[in-house]
Design a protein around this ligand. Structure first.
Ligand code: GLU
Length: 457
């Protein structure tokens, strides 16, 4: 059996960090088991699903390092759903109901007042053919409910019916089917709800592990019953905790909060985003993983907490910096070249500045400083002007290396009598225009004698 997982968003918005968590849990699970990853778009809601979001989600997954083995669209699979629905109807497992939402709400209240569980009482199952015809003659269209297997003899005498599964994240889980209403699978307008289409797809696509957010735990009880009603053994399930914004509010595709696209546009590294999306809310300590392989080695679905986890964008910045600070030149050579940074200086330049980057794009600013000097020379205090000018007069001849700065500033110290901050701060300001940054000893050989003299205030 080849492990086969799927990520099944509806393309009604761009995916956010919480969706990425689901996608990555699936991807890493497949990676660990030599499995396959199916990208499924739950796009049966044609009014809200958009091609723009399909493309956006695929691009976001690719950026994160997820390359689906197969892409499927529910909107192309109606024939399969129709066949399953007909089969259930023919077996009497799907029955027509005619209640309006108001009628259902009233009944729910009555049940609650009688201290009965507020589940659907299967009243529609008692309708005779003549009664159904009469309701249809009134213009009512039926919606269809799945008869849950939670009774022995009579559907009106339900019994505790436990459905169990060994959740790959949460461990042993139990849902009592007698505590649930028969779920509606087909709406009055003939459209299908997510439950049957998802189960039919999971069967047809050979899904072996359904890994998703823990908002689906109850659905899983129903879906397991539906797998069996359709003659299939259910797959394994895993439900991970959800991420919330720092305010504790849930993330939603529609609000665009913390979208992967937004994080990408903010210049963050995909492995910083992936590391946090996966490791937050687990017993693993959160740190930046350099590659998907490394992340897979730290990924243990069973180590995931049961409660929701707060996602803090500042933590993302910390991980991003940590990743950049350790990145080897070989890993960024092409990205630097794309910014026009490709001379023999590129490698020493990268090693000099990487420790000062918040996001990769910051290299462009440092490259400008190294090549052209500070954008603005006016920042040097008047009392330092003479000092800096005499220091520039003491620049040693080339060739320069990593020790040149030391020998230069030793001479400046002897000659001017300045030391410590009053010596170094004005030199840094004159060379870079900034009060902090990479080691000047590393920058100096990159700037060169001529380059530095051009910075003379
Ligand atoms: N489209 C469903 C959702 O986004 C899929 C849930 C599942 O993975 O089964 O919630």
């Amino acid at each position: 059996m080849t492990v086969t997982v799927r990520f099944a968003p509806s393309p009604t918005g761009y995916i956010h960090i919480g969706n990425a968590r689901t996608a990555l849990f699936n991807w890493l699970f497949a990676e660990k088991h030599g499995g396959r990853f199916v990208q499924r778009f739950d796009d049966t809601d044609v009014a809200r699903s958009k091609q723009e979001y399909v493309d956006g989600i695929l691009a976001d997954l690719e950026w994160l390092g997820i390359r689906p083995d197969r892409v499927e669209y529910q909107s192309r699979r109606f024939a399969a759903y129709d066949a399953a629905i007909e089969k259930l109807k023919a077996e009497g497992l799907l029955y027509p109901c005619y209640e309006t939402p108001e009628e259902l709400e009233l009944r729910r209240k009555i049940r609650l007042s009688r201290r009965l569980p507020p589940v659907y009482g299967r009243e529609a199952l008692k309708l005779t053919d003549a009664e159904k015809k009469a309701l249809e003659a009134e213009g009512r269209k039926p919606h269809w409910r799945f008869l849950l297997p939670n009774f022995a003899k009579s559907p009106f005498e339900t019994e505790r019916t436990e459905i169990h599964w060994d959740d790959v994240v949460r461990g042993r889980e139990t849902v009592d089917l007698a505590s649930l209403s028969d779920p509606v699978l087909v709406r009055a307008d003939g459209t299908y709800l997510y439950t049957p289409t998802s189960v039919v797809d999971d069967i047809d696509m050979g899904i072996t592990h359904v890994i998703r957010g823990d908002d689906h735990v109850t659905n899983t009880g129903v879906q397991i019953a539906l797998f069996r009603a359709l003659g299939s053994e259910p797959p394994a399930f895993g439900h991970h905790n959800l991420l919330t914004a720092a305010s504790g509010e849930g993330l939603s595709k529609r609000s665009g909060a913390l979208s992967i696209r937004g994080l990408r546009e903010a210049g963050l590294e995909p492995m910083a985003v992936a590391s946090l999306a996966v490791l937050i809310g687990t017993s693993e300590s959160v740190s930046a993983m350099r590659s998907m392989e490394e992340l897979a080695a730290h990924f243990d679905p069973a180590a995931t907490s049961r409660s929701a986890s707060k996602f803090d964008p500042d933590e993302l910045k910390v991980l991003n910096r940590a990743l950049l600070h350790e990145m080897e030149f070989g890993d960024v050579r092409e990205r630097l070249a794309a910014l026009g940074i490709e001379s023999a200086k590129a490698e020493p330049f990268w090693l000099a500045v990487r420790g000062n980057l918040d996001i990769f794009a910051d290299v462009a600013r440092w490259w400008r400083i190294v090549q052209d000097g500070p954008a603005d020379k006016s920042g040097l205090p008047a009392d330092d002007l003479e000092f800096v000018r005499s220091a520039f007069g003491l620049l040693p001849p080339e060739p320069w290396d990593g020790s040149t700065f030391r020998s230069w500033t030793d001479r400046v110290k002897e000659t001017t009598g300045r030391k410590g901050r009053p010596l170094f701060a004005p030199l840094r300001l004159a060379l870079t225009g900034l009060s902090s940054g990479p080691e000047l000893a590393d920058l100096m050989p990159l700037m060169g004698r001529e380059g530095i003299l051009a910075r003379r205030p």
